[in-house]
Design a protein around this ligand. Structure first.
Ligand code: MN
Length: 437
């Protein structure tokens, strides 16, 4: 992915909040979401984040504000779901990004048309930005796989297949929800030590720090996507919290893998950061020399040179007690996506190698993105070593797993000298008490 004028860190927008230091959504980012004014019955439509505003793409399309060459892409991106835009592919995505970048720059003639189409983000509500036909969750952190494996198999933490084949399972698209939608603690079949199984509220509720990858055009059934083409099929990335019922999981996961422990709720951030916006933060993909190198179908020169992305990730926890006391979420994890054992391109290629077809808007979860050190663990299961070592928060409260009223917020951003900061916003939800009929 080449750098171009849209990545220039010197660009300044006429939307002045976009120029503030530390802003998640400067002119170089331009992520997409689907929104409307909160509490209204307005139609859902596509928007682009700029500073603390949303540029209403339906307004821009109505005025044909970006010119005839961009009108088809603009109209697709202004819909109440972005699947048609995702299907258009990288040339269309990139063309619209360039036009938006130019139109939002200081001094742009388009300001006169576009300024009436700005809506404050804090007055908007969001929904899932696409119709997600299928959702697959991977397991791309070798550190997470090893930490979790050690809890279950101390002598053999990492299964032999891990370093050869990207591990994943088919998740459930129907229970995806956008940030801000709370959910009830699930109940499930549990088996306490020495007892018979019983239906009970989950007692070991956990989060998983992940990124979501939206598929672009996808492939005809039966035709694998090769590594050299894989990134043309990635529209962009979001934050993803794969809520997990560890006690349900422990009892049900053999022999077919996760089922009800995972499919009750998955929260995603509203904003999709495009792959092009992340170009300055691409970094080398390497394997330790003692590990098997990826098979040829999962290798390419470009993937080795810059297949990874340095996205800084953080998890915040806010208990009900903290909220009552006016305390902000406490940061309990910081890590980076660059530690992943498999790249985005490898996930796309592996998913389709057998002829399985990806559709525009399909979502791939990366799996819990734990880094190499204990402070980089992406789930409570790891932080508390399976509930054995409680986490003590600054206000004195402790947690092994999540309690009712706990809110988990995921955040991510990219930052380095010589490039604009690219933020993801946040992915937030609160655990409600178990459902009572
Ligand atoms: Mn997961």
């Amino acid at each position: 992915m080449q750098l171009n004028e849209t990545h220039d860190p010197a660009l300044v927008s006429w939307v002045t909040s976009a120029n503030a230091a530390g802003c998640d959504f400067p002119l170089q980012n331009l992520p997409f979401a689907v929104f409307r004014r909160a509490g209204s019955q307005e139609p859902w439509r596509g928007g682009v984040a700029i500073g603390d505003r949303i540029l209403d793409l339906a307004h821009a399309a109505d005025l044909k504000a970006l010119g005839s060459a961009q009108q088809a892409a603009l109209q697709a991106a202004s819909q109440g779901e972005l699947n048609a835009f995702m299907a258009m592919g990288p040339a269309a995505w990139s063309g619209l990004r360039l036009a938006l970048s130019r139109a939002l720059r200081e001094g742009a003639a388009e300001q006169r048309l576009l300024q009436d189409g700005l809506i404050a983000q804090d007055q908007a509500e969001y929904r899932l930005p696409a119709r997600v036909g299928d959702y697959t969750d991977f397991y791309t952190s070798v550190h997470h796989a090893t930490n979790v494996g050690r809890l279950f198999r101390p002598d053999n933490p990492l299964m032999e297949n891990y370093k050869w084949v990207p591990i994943g399972y088919h998740g459930r698209a129907s229970s995806l929800r956008v940030s801000g939608v709370d959910f009830h603690r699930p109940q499930g079949q549990l088996r306490a030590p020495g007892a018979d199984p019983a239906l009970q509220p989950c007692a070991r509720l956990d989060y998983e720090l992940e990124l979501g990858i939206y598929a672009g055009p996808g492939n005809p059934w039966g035709q694998p996507i090769r590594m050299q083409d894989a990134e043309d099929h990635i529209f962009g990335l979001c934050l993803l919290n794969d809520w997990s019922a560890r006690d349900v999981q422990a009892w049900e996961y053999q022999p077919l893998g996760p089922f009800l422990a995972k499919n009750f709720a998955t929260t995603i951030s509203p904003w999709i950061v495009t792959l092009e916006a992340l170009a300055p933060y691409r970094t080398a993909f390497t394997r330790p020399p003692e590990d098997p190198q990826p098979l040829p179908y999962l290798s390419s020169a470009a993937n080795s040179a810059h297949g990874a992305v340095d996205i800084r990730l953080a998890v915040g926890l806010q208990t009900q007690g903290m909220r009552a006391a006016g305390l902000a979420p406490e940061l309990i994890t910081r890590t980076s996506y660059r530690h992943a054992y498999w790249t985005m391109a490898q996930l796309i290629t592996h998913h389709t190698v057998n002829g399985c077809d990806l559709q525009p808007g399909d979502l791939l979860g990366t799996g819990t993105l734990s880094g190499p050190t204990p402070g980089e663990a992406g789930a409570l299961l790891e932080i508390t070593e399976g509930g054995k070592k409680p986490l003590t928060l600054a206000n004195g409260e402790t947690r092994t797993f999540l309690q009712d009223g706990d809110a988990v917020v995921l955040r991510a951003h990219c930052e380095k000298p010589g490039a604009a900061r690219i933020g993801f916003g946040e992915c937030l939800a609160t655990v409600l008490p178990a459902y009572q009929a």
